[in-house]
Design a protein around this ligand. Structure first.
Ligand code: GLN
Length: 193
């Protein structure tokens, strides 16, 4: 299987490390042709405005949109923003997942924090989640499954068919269950583990 990591900006190296630990050799994606034989793609955290601008500059935005129509894509943090349909402002996005997202939703005082989330799809053990200037999902529309909420009900992980989005950074902690869930459940790839 070939799994790409969008490598324009942000925390792509950390995703690559987790993929390698799972026995998957990642492909760094910076050019449209690098998408051609991928089975799935991860869009990392970073700065969504920068990722969007670079995607436009490298003529990647339309190829990424086309890829996402048929192939599994997971966005973490900035990647969640890039996948969302509505973020309430104008910046280059793929605009595929039917959610409304509020960028930098947690304000200055708590702009980064860690917390344990209950994620039933991953089993009974809580998932330790790292949030860094994270977005929050403020609206979900038909067909979107909520995978995790904060204690106050705020939505921080969703799935819509072959698209996954998390407001936090599973690539920054040793728990690889979200990577396995994406590859195995969302992408349907044969993970031999
Ligand atoms: N605040 C960033 C943005 O708006 C996301 C932060 C992150 O990816 N850690 O794109």
């Amino acid at each position: 299987m070939k799994v790409g990591v969008l490598a324009l900006q942000g925390a792509f190296i950390e995703h690559e490390k987790t993929l390698r630990a799972l026995g998957v050799e990642p492909v760094e994606v910076r050019l449209p042709e690098q998408l051609s034989d991928l089975d799935a793609l991860i869009i990392p955290g970073g700065e969504s405005t920068t990722i969007g601008k670079l995607a436009v500059r490298f003529d990647l935005l339309e190829p990424l949109r086309a890829f996402a129509q048929t192939k599994p894509v997971w966005g973490t943090c900035a990647g969640m923003i890039v996948l969302a349909k509505d973020i309430g402002r104008d910046q280059p996005l793929l605009g595929v997942i039917d959610i409304t997202v509020n960028r930098n939703a947690f304000g200055r005082q708590v702009d980064s924090f860690e917390t344990n989330l209950s994620v039933p799809e991953l089993g009974a053990d809580p998932f330790h989640a790292v949030f860094i200037r994270a977005p929050l999902v403020t609206g979900v529309h038909d067909g979107v499954q909520v995978l995790a909420r904060l204690g106050d009900g705020g939505i921080v992980a969703v799935r819509q068919g072959h698209w996954l989005a998390t407001a936090f950074h599973p690539e920054l902690t040793p728990d690889d269950r979200f990577h396995r869930y994406f590859l195995g459940e969302v992408a349907g790839l044969p993970l031999e583990l």
